[in-house]
Ligand binder design. Structure first.
Ligand code: SF4
Length: 371
């Protein structure tokens, strides 16, 4: 099969456009220009940045250091409402909260906040829907609605950091980790995702000041974009959703494999590890009788050892089945044997804690239900 022409979905044009410009889309100079356009002095740009990134305010009525007579104009120009919560659903003794947001054009997106004893992690979306068409994934079934703007990505973080600070999800706390593992393929919305990462990791007032090492960007394996990300000088963790070590099955499970093979993806991952010094995460959704055979565990361990040496860690994810799907998680003994075999090749491997199963927290499930 021709590897390129067999992949129509990846480059599908998004169905809808981006939202109006928002403060969180702007860099420092952009903020200065924007306040000047409103007839405000330069220092207001910094003041607004402190409000947004520091105090986590996006509502001008809460920005009491802004002249009352200017608030409406600032709100209208710089802080249009980007997302409105449709539903919050909690589970795992309220330590997991999933939020379904409606965007300005009616598009739905999801983010999930997970509290752990030592960290608070937010799983965010980078696109509304996804064009990668992985057959086991709820989001993949609906196709790509559109890319999210930088501000729509960044504002998921602000909203969650604020909810945590204000004790809306258990005891008041601080957002410490971000994973781009919600809806969408982050590297297919490359520029905005990288821009959002800079805003998430820059110290206040340019960003939220979350450590880059605590930010994970996942990808199904867009090899050139992985290399480009390696050259950005960010030290985020790269997570590659491999799901199987052989091209034959991966061509079906992760259709983008028709464009960039397992070998090409692992070469790009090696480049990332060498450039950043960061260990690469390999994500592997273990699916009963599909990719959970002992020989695949051996092949995975062997290929990863060869390609990445010790700069790799495998995260096995028990599949969270989507309603009505033929796919199911592997039995526990099969999972344990898989882990054992991968480790036998000197590759570290653990099974990921699967939060949120009872609230449909597999990416895209809640949005799919709402639609
Ligand atoms: S698994 Fe990820 S990349 Fe694949 S269709 Fe779902 S959201 Fe897209």
């Amino acid at each position: 099969m021709d590897r390129v022409s067999s992949l129509p979905l990846v480059f599908d044009a998004p169905k809808r456009g981006l939202p109006p410009k928002h403060f969180a889309d702007l860099d420092e100079q952009g903020r200065i220009d924007a306040v000047a356009d409103l007839g405000l002095p330069k220092f207001r740009a910094n003041q607004l940045a402190k409000q947004y990134y520091g105090r986590l305010n996006a509502d001008v009525d809460e920005m009491t250091d802004l002249p009352a007579g200017k608030r409406d104009a600032v709100g209208e120009k710089l802080f249009p409402t980007l997302m409105t919560p449709v539903r919050h659903i909690s589970c795992d003794d309220d330590s997991t909260r999933k939020t379904l947001w409606r965007l300005h054009d009616g598009t739905l997106l999801e983010s999930v906040l997970m509290r752990y004893p030592e960290r608070n992690t937010l799983c965010i979306s980078s696109q509304a829907g996804c064009g990668m068409a992985c057959p086991f994934c709820a989001t993949g079934q609906g196709g790509l609605d559109r890319n999210l703007s930088t501000a729509e990505i960044v504002d998921q973080v602000r909203a969650a950091a604020r909810a945590l600070r204000d004790g809306e999800v258990g005891e008041p706390g601080r957002l410490s980790n971000i994973v781009f593992m919600g809806m969408g393929e982050p590297l297919a919305n490359y520029k905005r995702v990288v821009d959002a990462v800079r805003k998430i990791t820059s110290p206040s007032p340019d960003g939220f000041g979350i450590s880059a090492r605590s930010v994970t960007v996942s990808t199904v394996g867009l090899a050139p974009a992985i290399r480009r990300l390696a050259d950005e000088g960010l030290s985020v963790t790269l997570a590659v959703s491999l799901h199987t070590p052989d091209d034959e099955l991966r061509d079906t499970l992760v259709p983008v494999n028709n464009r960039w093979s397992v070998a090409e993806v692992l070469e790009a991952a090696r480049y990332y590890a060498d450039s950043t010094g960061r260990r690469v995460s390999i994500e592997y959704a273990l699916i009963r009788d599909v990719n959970d055979q002992p020989w695949r565990a051996d092949l995975l361990g062997k290929k990863l050892r060869q390609a990445l040496g010790s700069l790799v860690h495998v995260n096995l994810i028990p599949l969270n089945p989507t309603p009505g799907s033929e796919w199911d998680a592997s039995p526990k003994p099969v999972e344990a044997e898989f882990v054992r075999r991968v480790r036998e090749h000197g590759v570290s491997c653990t099974v990921r804690d699967t939060r949120g199963q009872e609230i449909a927290a597999a990416c895209g499930q809640l949005a799919a239900e709402e639609k």
